[in-house]
Design a protein around this ligand. Structure first.
Ligand SMILES: Cc1ncc(COP(=O)(O)O)c(C=O)c1O
Length: 381
């Protein structure tokens, strides 16, 4: 029972899916389905638990980045459709077929490898064709989309189950590139149709697009960060008010001492106390995902519901707090991300706050909480 852990609030995951599903249903006569994105171990929350919760809450499919991530979900007994969001190495084709994962394709090599692996008289394997409409990370170029669809249709063991794209700037809904990417996507869909290809599903939206760009919703939305209760970016904050954070990060004070005025603390002695200070040591550090530079950027934690500053650089396994005039004892709970239940204050520290301090995004914060931190699952009911 290490004195540093994360709580994962599965009820909040279910709540967030419900919020998104209600939003989709209130705006559209045929609302898009929700597919839950659980790559990177469910954005650091625990993929299996999140996947089960999401399916129970009405998600109809799951998305992962890697074959191994899909295999792990299958090994845990999850039977829902699982989409691999990008094309995987040809050597993994057999594992993709054996575990009934839904591959994404965009190269002739990828299509051929899956065609070979899926041969054997069973039903055809549905694949999704990803089209790069402007992000220039992954996908077939629009001009090559019909040829790729022809190759899928001409194979002996595959069929075109879906066509999708990904928006580069969905978190800035008014950016012109969103409209441009969707326009290019629609042109590709039209030329596929003209060539006789009619995929059963079409998709383009991540969380930000699902919330802020109704034109991107199509048949399903690939819901990641919003399901975890974290805003995709400041420009969509107003659409995230009903979402609840799902991960909180906690530790307990392991040592308390008084440090005299003029003394410094932590490596480099970069914080020097002007007055005698009560300093608490907390056994969590950068090897756990608390960035070393959180100190330089004014990082704070909650102690008895009140904010206290991190003093000195965060070390690999421990960090120090200036407790001011707060009473503090070994064993007291410190909240690094989240709210402090049972305390007087209603203050909370979000992953977004760390992200703003550190010049990054909430995604990187939660994905960065390392395997050393035990995830304690709080059930849905
Ligand atoms: C292709 C694709 N779709 C959907 C998502 C989910 O995005 P978000 O977490 O912003 O909802 C991701 C995440 O990076 C992605 O790569």
């Amino acid at each position: 029972m290490r004195w540093a852990w994360a709580d994962v609030d599965l009820a909040a995951i279910a709540h967030n899916i419900d919020v998104i599903r209600r939003t989709l249903a209130s705006d559209d006569a045929t609302p898009a389905a929700v597919w839950a994105v659980v790559k990177a171990d469910g954005y650091g929350h625990g993929a299996v638990a999140v996947a089960r919760t999401a399916i129970d809450a009405g998600a109809v499919g799951l998305c992962v980045a890697l074959t191994q991530e899909g295999v792990a979900l299958r090994d845990a007994g999850i039977t829902a459709p699982i989409l691999l969001l990008s094309e995987q190495p040809a050597e993994e084709a057999a594992a993709i077929v054996a575990h009934s994962l839904t591959p994404t394709v965009y190269t002739r090599t990828g299509i051929a490898a899956l065609d070979d692996a899926a041969r054997g008289g069973g039903p055809r394997l549905g694949v999704h064709l990803k089209v790069d409409t402007g992000m220039h990370r992954a996908g077939a170029q629009p001009i090559d989309a019909v040829a790729a669809a022809d190759a899928i249709a001409g194979s002996t063991s595959l069929y075109l189950a879906g066509v999708f794209t990904h928006l580069a700037v969905a978190d800035e809904p008014s950016a012109p590139s969103n409209g441009l990417q969707l326009e290019r996507f629609d042109e590709v869909l039209a030329s596929l149709r003209t060539a006789g290809h009619e995929p059963s599903v079409v998709h383009a939206a991540n969380s930000a697009a699902a919330l802020a760009l109704p034109a991107a919703r199509r048949d399903l939305v690939r819901l990641g960060i919003a399901m975890y209760g974290i805003e995709p970016g400041p420009d969509v904050r107003r659409l995230c008010r009903e979402l609840r954070p799902t991960l909180s990060l906690h530790a307990r004070v392991s040592l308390v001492k008084t440090v005299r005025a003029g003394e410094g603390v932590s490596y480099g002695l970069r914080h020097v106390f002007e007055h005698d200070a009560v300093v608490a040591t907390v056994p969590i550090g950068y090897a756990d995902g608390v960035p070393r530079r959180l100190f330089d950027s004014g990082g704070e934690v909650l102690l008895h519901g009140r904010r206290v500053p991190i003093v000195g650089v965060v070390t690999m396994d421990q960090l120090m707090l200036d407790c001011g005039d707060l009473p503090v004892a070994v064993g007291d709970e410190v909240v690094l991300i989240g709210a402090q239940h049972g305390s007087a204050g209603s203050d909370a520290i979000g992953a977004e706050e760390w992200a703003a301090r550190l010049g990054t995004i909430g995604y990187e914060i939660v994905c960065g909480i390392s395997k050393r931190i035990d995830r304690r699952l709080r059930p849905t009911s």
